[in-house]
Design a protein around this ligand. Sequence first.
Ligand SMILES: *[C@@H]1O[C@H](CO)[C@@H](O)[C@H](O)[C@H]1NC(C)=O
Length: 295
Amino acid sequence: MVAKMTMWVCFGLVMLMGSGSVSSSKFDELFQPGWAMDHFVYEGDTLKMKLDNFSGAGFSSKNKYMFGKVTVDIKLVEGDSAGTVTAFYMSSDGPKHHEFDFEFLGNTTGEPYVVQTNVYVNGVGNREQRLNLWFDPSTDFHSYSILWNQRQVVFLVDETPIRVHSNLEHKGLPYPKDQAMGVYSSIWNADDWATQGGRVKTDWSHAPFIASYTNFKIDGCECQATVNAANLLQQCSSNAEKKFWWDEPRLAELSVHQSHELLWVRANHMIYDYCTDATRFPVTPVECQHHHHQH
Ligand SMILES: *[C@@H]1O[C@H](CO)[C@@H](O)[C@H](O)[C@H]1NC(C)=O
């Protein structure tokens, strides 16, 4: 057997203050339904995905990306969303995959949604953080973004950073910059764990549960897989000939203003942080020891 290796060819618009390289407000240009096409409803530029007792639904990006920023505006399930989970995430493939997750855990009517984020590096996650938002995410569209470059992965809600995963390779920690990632979203039933620890079950008499999406944006280094090996990182990094906006020095860390916003979020809205869970991690994970030192 000849081992098949994947060769990636990547493209990114070369610019310093880039806008809109592969950006689009329209679903079809960037994404495709992944499963349960009969659970998709299109209303103009809005896509609705339904969960009922037959199926959930999911979509995925047509291409894979190295670095950049992805944003989708989402309006989560209104009213009783207990037991449901809606996820928006980036992921590469395979057992050593990387993944950056937003998971929105539903609740009974009037009780707050929880946003859980997680980061997988080389197939290992266990980096959950949970927060309540400063608004009800089921009444209006709000933007959810992932910014990814060689220095940091930033999770943003309406452009406010809620989490940063910094590159700590100099401390010996692996950082995701060797695999192209797709962009995904799905809605499914997770009433075995999602709401109040699994105590509240999905009430199917309230189905279908609907998550709505609009304003799809991906501004990154787009990669197409062909056959044989190549250097992804090199193709998607700035050098003397090409400059990618995500390599701008000002994006190597949060701005002072953003750092203050993150502190505010953590102080007022965080309800769980794996970094401070001594039961799970008797020894504080190395990346957590640096958390609060950003200026
Ligand atoms: C649901 O509401 C309860 C009560 O306010 C809260 O403790 C919980 O964190 C909320 N979210 C989930 C996903 O259970």
